[in-house]
Design a binder for this molecule. Structure first.
Ligand code: C2O
Ligand code: CU
Ligand code: CU
Length: 460
């Protein structure tokens, strides 16, 4: 037994997590699956119908994997919203366990947010309605049942939301879905010898990690592109793994968007790091790249995630808009006093926020609707040194004021709903809620969330 009372097994779990099992290289044998665009309902009074389902999916040739999905057996479709419109969604639970429908990153009234208080029992359905008040962005949706989020997401429940607005419609950015505009939902999984996911076996209390990468549910993916600029809307939909994505050539590319919208200008980067639930939109210019090159998106450790197959034909020759957005962090916001302090601490199932575990009956903070407040979030290291906690808040997009007192990097100077907080780091964010109600804030390592690394803010 360790001195602090943890069992040997728990320690080992943490150690192996720190070493992080390497991902197998993609062999590039399967063309990337592009999630279908969900059709709007033509009759009836709802815009969309979204069903949580279970089924079997052919992920590997010649075998079937038991999975969950939205309107299908694995992952889900893409829902398209336009800023200003009212959306009504009929959500239906066709699983044999309770679930919720959470719209991650959406500025929505708490009664439509789909947090742990909004469980639907098997067979139950609920219609939610909201107005889309935020700018163009790539969001996603996933379940949030208390204590069971990790299992359900791991088994496949994750879908996409694209928001468009007047600005995005007029920008010069690739937007031909499935041709030069692709979502990439990246998730690592551990398959057993029968190609089953077997969450209980794979589970790690510090976040389940796998050796097999799926992108949009495709194993060994490749992406065929024409010689043009290609936009990739990357969603880290993994339970726990962090990725640092780069090109194997070492070439730079541009990042154009964060979790909640466009950056002001395309930012040239060598790599992009995404912790669970974070998004980045990037553009890779294939116009000048030789079709015989073996260009691929790789992880920091060199594992091949997505090889590109560059066709000989030319796509659209286009210039990217140089001005994409008008995001600002005002001097006033920078100088606001700290209203709330959040301390993230622990590992395995000993994780806490401000020394406490989640209690659905306790309100941790209150905040006034429409008032900007500063939250200061500190990641307190433990005896093992600690780990990154991706901190997420429901119902709002926030601005990063500082990381350890310094301005955030250029590619974080945009709207965010999740932020990687490193051990011993203090981040300050400015956040305003447009709607009232009870919202969650939590670590987005899904096992940490399920283990109680979550609190509640009541917006009044
Ligand atoms: Cu991505 Cu509480 O959620
Ligand atoms: Cu969320
Ligand atoms: Cu955590």
């Amino acid at each position: 037994e360790m001195e602090d009372g943890m069992s040997h097994g728990e320690m080992e779990g943490h150690m192996s997590h720190d070493e992080v099992m390497q991902l197998k290289d993609s062999t590039g044998e399967n063309e990337l699956i592009v999630p279908p665009v969900l059709e709007r309902n033509i009759d009836g009074d709802v815009t969309y119908t979204v069903r949580a389902q279970k089924g079997e999916t052919q992920i590997f040739n010649g075998s079937k994997t038991k999975t969950y999905g939205y309107n299908g057996t694995f992952l889900g479709p893409m829902l398209q919203f336009t800023k200003g419109e009212t959306i009504k969604i009929r959500t239906i639970n066709e699983l044999d366990q309770e679930t919720t429908f959470h719209w991650h990153g959406l500025e929505v009234a708490a009664d439509a947010d789909g947090g742990p208080h909004d469980a639907l029992q098997p067979g139950e359905e609920r219609v939610i309605e909201f107005k889309v008040t935020q700018e163009a962005a790539t969001l996603w949706f996933h379940p949030h049942p208390h204590g069971n989020t990790a299992d359900q997401v791991y088994n496949g429940l994750a879908g996409l939301i694209f928001i468009e607005d007047e600005n995005s419609k007029h920008l010069n950015v690739p937007d031909d879905y499935g041709k030069n505009d692709f979502p990439l939902i990246i998730q690592d999984k551990l398959f057993d010898e029968n190609h089953q996911l077997n969450y209980r076996e794979a589970r790690n209390e510090d976040g389940t990690i796998g050796d097999t990468l799926l992108i949009n549910g495709t194993v060994n993916p490749k992406l065929t592109v024409e010689k043009e600029k290609v936009r990739l809307r990357i969603v880290n939909g993994s339970n726990a793994r962090n990725y640092t994505l780069k090109l194997n050539s070492g070439d730079s590319f541009v990042q154009i968007g964060t979790d909640g919208g466009f950056l002001n200008e395309p930012v040239t980067v060598q790599e992009v790091t995404l912790t669970p639930s974070e998004r980045a939109e990037i553009v890779i210019d294939f116009q000048a790249i030789d079709a015989t090159s073996d260009l691929a998106l790789v992880n920091e450790d060199g594992s091949v995630l997505l090889p590109f197959d560059i066709s000989h034909s030319n796509g659209v020759a286009s210039e990217l808009s140089t001005q994409l957005n008008d995001f600002t962090l005002t001097a006033e916001e920078k100088n606001l006093p700290v209203n709330k302090t959040v301390e993230l601490f622990g590992m395995m199932d000993h994780v806490t926020i401000n020394g406490k575990k989640f209690d659905p009956d306790r309100i941790d903070f209150t905040q006034e609707q429409g008032v900007t407040e500063v939250w200061e979030i500190y990641n307190k290291p433990d005896i093992m040194g600690g780990m990154i906690h991706p901190f997420h808040i429901h119902g709002a997009q926030f601005k990063i004021i500082s990381r350890d007192g310094a301005a955030p990097p250029e590619n974080e100077q945009g709207w965010k709903d999740s932020i990687a907080v490193h051990p011993d780091e203090t981040v300050k964010i400015a956040i305003q809620f447009k709607n009232k109600g009870l919202y969650m804030f939590h670590c987005h390592i899904l096992e940490h969330e399920d283990n109680g690394m979550m609190g509640q803010v009541l917006v009044e």
